[in-house]
Design a protein around this ligand. Structure first.
Ligand code: SAH
Length: 341
């Protein structure tokens, strides 16, 4: 079955041409898909016989809200969507002063194995298609009735482990005839797949790259993040330096603060040393408690931040949104899986 939602407008035009249809049909269909229709019958400006033909040849599936939680504290909304094959992924809609941000998932599960992360507990089930990543924004927008101005790829999955679909998604969401969200309003977070970071750099996109660092030394980082065992902190930092040189975009480093593991003054000193000579920014994340993990949130977040700043490193503490609704990723899907057992 053809997946029209994952096609770029150029591909759609070529595809419709193959059916003997004029180019404007592709534009009409692209517009409908971006509005979040769930059947070809809703595409009322298409002739009926064409709609029937499309319904026979193409897969058009709208994600279904399996669960939806709204934070009473700050209005954050968390969606658990059911996909066409019964798998579920999470999306979070966050309200900031500078506009609404949607946090999207890019895989069902994850293979990276970070020990503090709920998304990776059952491994990766499959990659999401570009259309399925895009749908999370289209349907969050449709459900909330609100404008979406920013996207963070910080949901379930490792974006650079689903490289081609993620790039296709970026092209779609950025398209002027689609949601038209500018690259500078998009952040992509990676655990640090260095070859893919180089590949991304070569494309020169103006998005913000976030690198999940979480520890300044190989021993600790390898314990927390298996990906580090083959890469190493030095090679990762080299790659980040290259990324900045190639794209001119400064990197944002994520650092989840874990009690007694990576939150000492000596850790802050090592981290500052690593970042010397490159314009970066550290985003300190108070660890979210994951029931399956013995790791606990740090109680030294402010001290750590001050220590970094005393070395001239800019560091912010991520505001915790939706703390009453398990808004951090992977946890809702996890609950659902457990309930279904
Ligand atoms: N695969 C990407 C996206 C993961 S989610 C990556 O590794 O960057 C986005 C961020 O949340 C990552 O920095 C991830 O390490 C972090 N994270 C995952 N579980 C967490 C938890 N329990 N507490 C705090 N941060 C967590």
């Amino acid at each position: 079955m053809t997946d029209l939602k994952s096609m770029t407008p150029d591909e759609l035009t070529a595809w419709f041409k193959g059916l003997g249809q004029p180019a404007f049909r592709a534009r009409q269909v692209f517009a409908w898909l971006n509005q979040g229709v769930s059947s070809f019958d809703e595409m009322t400006n298409l002739p009926k016989d064409l709609r029937e033909r499309l319904a026979g040849e193409c897969r058009l599936f709208a994600p279904v809200i399996e669960r939806k939680q709204v934070s009473r504290i700050d209005g954050t909304v968390k969606y658990l969507w059911r996909l066409y094959d019964g798998n579920c992924v999470e999306t979070v809609l966050m309200r900031y002063h500078h506009g609404n941000t949607v946090c999207v998932s890019c895989q069902v599960g994850c293979n990276m194995g970070c020990v503090f992360c709920a998304s990776t507990l059952g491994g990766k089930v499959r990659d999401l298609t570009a259309g399925e990543i895009l749908d999370q924004i289209i349907f969050a927008r449709k459900d909330s009735g609100e404008k979406i101005s920013n996207i963070v790829m910080m949901g379930i999955g490792e974006p650079l482990d689903n490289f081609d679909n993620v790039l296709r998604f970026l092209e779609l969401v950025n398209h002027p005839d689609g949601l038209n969200i500018g690259m500078r309003h998009i952040s992509l977070s990676t655990c640090g797949l260095i070859k893919r970071i180089d590949k991304l750099a070569s494309l020169g996109l103006q998005l913000t790259l976030s690198v999940s660092l979480h520890a300044p030394d190989d021993e600790t980082r390898s314990r927390l993040m298996p990906v580090n065992r083959s890469v190493g902190v030095d090679a990762l930092m080299e790659t980040c330096r290259r990324y900045f040189e190639t794209t001119g975009r400064r990197i944002s480093y994520e650092y989840a603060m874990i009690d007694g593991v990576n939150d000492s003054d000596a850790d802050a000193d090592r981290l500052a040393e690593l970042l010397k000579g490159q314009p970066g920014h550290v985003n300190l994340i108070p660890l979210n408690d994951v029931a399956e993990s013995p790791l606990k949130p740090s109680r030294r977040v402010r001290q750590f931040q001050q220590r970094l700043e005393s070395h001239g490193v800019t560091a912010t503490v991520r505001r915790k949104l939706g703390s009453d609704i398990d808004a951090s990723c992977g946890q809702l899907r996890r609950r659902q899986m457990e309930a279904g057992r």
